[in-house]
Write a new protein. Structure first.
Length: 89
């Protein structure tokens, strides 16, 4: 899970808000259960959950155009999310 240990539950919830989608919709696109996603979003600090489930949710959000901002990034002001334009393939 080290690849995702800087992403917080609040960042997951904020990502959904930016995309305008609900927990059920995100859970379905990541192929995890809605209760699993709820537990991830309720995590205090880094996301808690099975590595494969965390990876699936993060990748689904990134594929939808979410960029996670690490709280350690100089000048970032803390962890966050940004909605970025997806490149036209």
């Amino acid at each position: 899970m080290s690849e995702f240990n800087h992403i917080t539950g609040k960042q997951l919830a904020a990502s959904r808000a930016l995309l305008g989608i609900g927990q059920v919709e995100l859970a379905a696109s990541a192929n995890v259960s809605a209760p699993t996603l709820r537990r991830m979003e309720a995590s205090k600090g880094a996301i808690e959950g099975l590595t494969n489930n965390v990876a699936a949710v993060v990748r689904a959000l990134e594929a939808a155009g979410i960029m996670f901002i690490d709280g350690d990034y100089s000048g970032s002001g803390g962890p966050g999310v940004r909605l970025v334009a997806k490149s036209e393939g």
